[in-house]
Design a protein around this ligand. Structure first.
Ligand code: NZQ
Ligand code: ZN
Length: 386
């Protein structure tokens, strides 16, 4: 059932092998100073840095460098980026990299002129910006998070052992995004498949709630089928343009706010995964894969009809009873996870038994799950994932 909702997505996308050609047109719309934000150096190794810098120079921009955004960007780095932006009065934040770089840019956009501590205001208290925002644009090099077309910004505070996402409104979505699938060819296999699972997880988090007949669920099933098909090709041949381009597009739609319309949504796996990340700094997609099997097996009895639909519509399961179809659906999901090669236990990510209580404390229970979990149940799921 589609009740009341609003939908707005202002991000302009440029997609395809020639997408970078449009950067100069976008740059013309902003003032002279650009903060060039990137990660640990992959864009220098691939040559993308030189290309982007040449376009910026040709457009007459003054470039302020902001390098070294780490995977799972930290609060200390956020403060540094905000200071750079403010001191240089930058007109545009240009993020070149994966979800971490884009998430960080959105955090900087809202923090540069924030008069309070942005970690406390946006991430701890989940308030919305009341200050001037700096526009963000991005060139995406790694697929998975959907950060290129949403308001998500996840920041890690290692001292507090917290990894928290703030979902900003459309005013802080990237104004434009350059999506060239070829730029993702160099992503290491481990990161690539982590990204594939992240996409699947975003879709499942939205799918597994509610029992109504909802257009969003049909959209999600189509996106899941496309991802499963293309991921099987991409793990064997990462340079298959058709597969990588379809996955890039699927990732974008999996978390650009469309498929959540009129849906309750779960997000329990992400809450647990983020807390694991706060303790271990592990790769985001792997923190999700490592707990998904235990989680979905645990909640399945509380949402059998939807899990049966998942088995039949996404995995082509043939089964007479809903119980059987639901179980076979989860088994098919697990087989696919093994096939693409994601991490299947939290021990491999550095989690030790003494961390479980703390991880559970950092993972709030989500009310729209088929079975909202107590702290004890989260610990039990973590134990089953060791
Ligand atoms: O830092 P560099 O040197 O660029 O290397 C990166 C990094 O080590 C590398 N990489 C990226 N593109 C590459 C490449 N290496 C070679 N060639 C390329 N083309 O890959 C590594 C991982 O990059 P990262 O940006 O950390 O990965 P991802 O895109 O998965 O982003 C993860 C972050 O996004 C957050 C996660 O929590 C995590 O902090 N998320 C953001 C969301 C959102 N905005 O809505 C939702 C997600 O659920 C997620 O929580
Ligand atoms: Zn995710």
């Amino acid at each position: 059932m589609l009740g009341n909702f609003s939908f707005q997505n202002p991000t302009k996308l440029y997609f395809g092998e020639n997408a970078l050609d449009f950067l100069k047109d976008e740059l013309a719309q902003y003032g002279p100073t650009v903060q060039l934000i990137y990660g640990g150096g992959s864009i220098k190794r691939t040559g993308l840095y030189d290309k982007v810098l040449a376009i910026l120079k040709a457009a007459g921009k003054t470039v302020v460098e902001d390098a070294g955004v780490m995977p799972n960007p930290t609060v200390e780095k956020l403060y540094e980026g905000a200071r750079i932006a403010r001191d240089n009065k930058v007109d545009l934040l240009l993020a070149v990299g994966g979800g971490s770089v884009v998430d960080y840019a959105k955090g900087v956009a809202a923090s540069a002129y924030c008069e309070e501590d942005p970690w406390e205001k946006y991430y701890l208290r989940q308030e919305n910006p009341t200050c001037k925002l700096i526009p963000v644009g991005d060139i995406l090099t790694m697929v998975g998070t959907g950060s290129e077309m949403n308001g998500g910004s996840v920041i890690t505070n290692h001292a507090a052992k917290l990894k928290i996402g703030k979902v900003f409104g459309p005013e802080n979505f990237p104004r434009f995004t350059v999506l060239n699938p070829v730029l993702t060819y160099t992503v290491p296999q481990y990161q690539m498949v982590a990204g594939f699972f992240d996409i699947m997880s975003h879709l499942m988090e939205q799918y597994f709630s509610g029992t109504d007949d909802n257009t969003s669920d049909y959209l999600i099933e189509g996106l899941m089928r496309s991802l499963i098909h293309s991921s099987r090709i991409a793990v064997k041949n990462p340079q298959d343009y058709e597969a990588r381009s379809n996955i890039m597009w699927t990732a974008c739609w999996a978390l650009n706010t469309l498929t959540k319309c009129a849906k309750g949504q779960d997000w329990q796996v992400h809450m647990i995964g983020q807390s694991i990340g706060a303790f271990t700094d592990a790769t985001h997609g792997m923190t999700l894969s490592a707990v998904s099997s235990a989680y979905y097996r645990y909640v399945m009895p509380y949402g059998v009809a939807k899990f049966a639909r998942f088995g039949r519509a996404v995995w082509d399961v043939c089964a007479v009873s809903d119980e059987e179809a639901a179980l076979k659906g989860i088994e098919a999901l697990e087989a696919w996870m093994k096939e693409i090669g994601v991490v299947l236990n939290i021990t491999e990510l550095g989690v030790t038994p003494d961390m479980l209580e703390g991880i559970a404390q950092g993972a709030p229970s989500t009310p729209n799950a088929y079975k909202p979990l107590s702290q004890e149940e989260i610990v039990a799921i973590l134990k089953a994932s060791l």
